[in-house]
Structure formats: structure tokens, C-alpha cells
Design a protein around this ligand. Sequence first.
Ligand SMILES: Nc1nc2c(c(=O)[nH]1)N[C@H]1C(S)=C(S)[C@@H](COP(=O)(O)O)O[C@H]1N2
Ligand SMILES: [Mo]
Length: 254
Amino acid sequence: MNKLSRRQIITTGLVATAGVSGLAVAAKLAGRYGLIPPDSRGIYGPGETLTYAAQRVFTRHTLAREFSKSQISKDPYAYPVDPLGEEFQRFQNAGFADWRLVVDGMIARPASFSVAQLKSFPARTQITMIGCEEGWTYIAEWTGVPLSHILELVGTLPQARYVVYHSIEPTSWDSIDMAEALHPQTLVTYGMNGGELPVPFGGPLRMRVARQLGYKNVKYINRLTVTDNLKHFGKGLGSGALGAEDGYAWYAGI
Ligand SMILES: Nc1nc2c(c(=O)[nH]1)N[C@H]1C(S)=C(S)[C@@H](COP(=O)(O)O)O[C@H]1N2
Ligand SMILES: [Mo]
């Protein structure tokens, strides 16, 4: 079954299951907690809002499961990406010494961090599972800087609601809400299984959103933008070709 047909079935199923009472619950929860996903209007409909609101209410503070070293997958699968091009090749040839993570948007102190700088910040190492919506998963140990630390350094303004993360692949971008951005397991990663983060897995820098599906975990990130509104990014759906613009849910909690 191709991605589109399966996705349509899932979306239809959710809306059908939500039913009339589900819609009322979703509206009530979403209203009470201010939990409206950016794509709630028309695109996915109330099924999606229900899932997002319910998960946000019940799981805002929960941790993704962490595993022991013996459970690390021996042969993790790197999902192939499109050729990264000459610009990336130049960065790679220079050992990513010139790679930067630019941070802009609704922050007090715009910044640009090298990989070495990020490595000098307090690190978190966690063994978690990553899963693609196509059905496969693996467990690995990731090391990185909690995104919350970066946001603290740059001084997120109080009205900020989302963090958009861009990669060297222009169409591969995504965003998360502040609850996810400040979650202790959300990391800007540069290490995997005790070594550098290999290029096929997103090196030099990858957003690791441990509580959401694989496609939210964008590889080769080079810019973070803090915002209160996702409408002016791409088609205004909150993520690019890997996510909402290809029909996937913006919120992909697992
Ligand atoms: N830049 C970039 N990031 C990406 C992708 C991509 O094509 N380009 N694919 C996504 C998808 S759909 C999944 S499931 C995961 C796969 O992660 P893995 O390669 O570690 O298995 O990466 C995500 N991050
Ligand atoms: Mo995926």
C-alpha cells in the first residue's frame, strides 16, 4: 500500500472513531488547554485535533521509554535521503567545522552555534527508539544538547509558541510546540552509539524528538526559528515535504 492510500485510511478512521461525542470532547479539551494544532482547520479535521489535545493533556510531562545498552539495535536502518549535493559535500570534507546552527525569530539574543560550541554545552545521552510511519523501528543511544538549553541561551520571548527547524534540504523542515521543545528528551543531537552522528543518520546535527515519529526527527539541521505562528512557513501547515505538506500529521506523538 503506498503512503497516501494508507494515510487516507488512517485519517478517515480517526474522524469516524472520534464521532460526535469525540468532537465535543476534542473541542472542549482543546479550548480549555489552548491546544489547537496549526493544521486543525480543514486539512485534517477534528480527528487530528482530538488526538493532539488528548495526548497533550495526558502526556505533556511523560517521558519516552528509555532502554538499556543491551537493547541497542545491532544494525540500525538509516532511511535513505535524496543526494545532499555539493554544498553539503564541502561541509563534510571540512569535517563540518563550518557547519552552523543559526537561531533566530522570537528570541532576545540571535545566535549561530558551531558543532564544537554545541558539544561544549551540557549534554544528555539517552537510549530511545525511533520509528518510521512505514513500520520499522530501531533503538539507539543519542547524545546532544537539550533544545531547552539552547532556547534558554537565546532567550525565548514569552509569546513564542513553536520552534521551526530547517535543514540543508530545503523541503525537509518541521516544527514542534513549546511543550515538546522544552521537553527534556528533545535534543539537538551530534552523537550516536558513543561516536559521532553518522551522516546517513543525520550528522552533523539532527533534531531528535523522542516522543514523536521518525519524520519529525529532521536530519542535517542548520537553523531554528522561534515563532508564535506557523502560517508563514512553507504552505503554512507547520512542516514541509516530510510531514504535513505530504499529508502526514503535524503532531506525530507515539
Ligand atoms: N533531512 C531529512 N531528515 C529526515 C528524512 C529525510 O528524508 N531528510 N526522513 C525522515 C523520516 S521519514 C524518517 S522515518 C527518519 C528516519 O530516520 P533514520 O534514517 O535514522 O532511520 O528520518 C527523518 N528525517
Ligand atoms: Mo519515515
